[in-house]
Design a protein around this ligand. Structure first.
Ligand SMILES: [Zn+2]
Length: 346
């Protein structure tokens, strides 16, 4: 079972069952030849608006967990993966900070398995893994690329997830890098690196952050502009800006070109900082890829000129990677624990 917590796309819930089918199939959630094939159970997907209050949000998820367990009595729940829009603690139990939701130190895992032994909703024996959505998306894309027949050889890449904000995941040798030590909560927080000194305010409290200028949410501000006419107007959703660009509207096309340029400037910094030259873009921003690509590539080429000429940037999945990654994370944890208990019993 997995959850995606995001400001604009809200929460989706997906239940999957661990099958014992030997042959790998086309199922996007399969983990590879040597592992059990994961069979999605349909139709059990639900979504609802994210409440502003994190306690209310957790109560609502808990209630949905209960409903799904009641609806699927033949399956036993072993693991829940939660994809959250921000860094987690080292134990992957807490969401440390989600500026756009205004949440800080939310004990997601504890909230979801609150002990209530008398209830059918009791979390006894269920593990909850809370994963940063950029890392979850990186895991998902790494598995997807690994399974693709044409691209399997390359297993180092940077994942840039741009939606409401921007998060960065790093995959080295086919495995996602999680950082180490007490500062791992800072891993991937490139969305808050300053690219415009004294620039526009960001939800994090800083000014001029990359995600203000290059995220899907940032596109709405660029589209509206800063003049008096922009005040009081409802910002368009990113998908609407893309649709208008597709209809030939110049303002929408210029907005997306600006997003591409800003995304490219930040990506060049990330490539330089991490020393990995393959980049996969994920999240809502991918919907606008055909209008973003050219200015993005030009910005990277210009910024990297004289340093690196061999780099690649490709679009990944616009939706589903965060949720798919949360599923993979939950299953990974379950299989690891299973293997450990089998070794202990042997
Ligand atoms: Zn910021």
């Amino acid at each position: 079972m997995s959850f995606l917590v995001e400001q604009e796309e809200f929460r989706t819930i997906e239940v999957e069952s661990l099958g014992d089918v030997a042959a790998p199939d086309q199922d996007q959630h399969a983990l590879g030849d040597a592992r059990p094939v994961i069979k999605p159970v349909h139709p059990v997907e639900k979504s609802f608006d994210t409440p502003a209050d994190s306690n209310k949000a957790m109560t609502q998820i808990r209630s949905v967990v209960g409903q799904l367990r009641t609806a699927l009595p033949e399956l036993s729940l072993v693991s829940i993966g939660v994809s959250v829009p921000g860094p987690t603690d080292a134990g992957r139990r807490k969401l440390l900070l989600a500026p756009h939701l205004g949440w800080r130190d939310v004990p997601v895992a504890d909230a979801l398995i609150e002990n209530d032994p008398g209830s059918h909703n009791s979390g006894k024996g269920v593990t909850v893994i809370v994963e940063n959505d950029a890392i979850a998306a990186a895991i998902y894309e790494a598995r997807r690329l690994l399974r693709a027949p044409t691209t399997g050889a390359e297993d180092n890449f940077i994942l840039v997830r741009a939606g409401t904000g921007i998060g960065v995941g790093l995959v080295l040798g086919g495995e996602v890098y999680r950082g180490s030590g007490t500062d791992r909560g800072l891993l991937g927080e490139f969305g808050h690196m300053t690219i415009v000194a004294g620039g526009d305010p960001c939800a994090c409290g800083n000014r001029g952050c990359w995600e203000v200028y290059a995220s899907a949410a940032g596109a709405a501000s660029i589209y509206l502009g800063s003049g008096a006419s922009a005040r009081g107007r409802t910002p368009p959703r990113f998908i609407e800006i893309v649709a208008r660009a597709g209809e030939g509207e110049l303002r929408a096309q210029t907005t997306l070109a600006r997003i591409g340029e800003n995304l490219g400037i930040g990506i060049s910094n990330v490539i330089t900082g991490l020393g990995v030259s393959r980049v996969v873009i994920s999240g809502r921003i991918v919907h606008g890829w055909m209008f973003i690509r050219k200015s993005l590539e030009e910005a990277v080429a210009q910024t990297m000129a004289g340093r690196l000429s061999n780099w690649s940037i490709e679009p990944g999945q616009p939706t589903g990677a965060g949720l798919g990654g949360a599923v993979e994370v939950a299953i990974d944890h379950y299989l690891t624990e299973l293997a450990r208990s089998m070794r202990a019993a042997a």
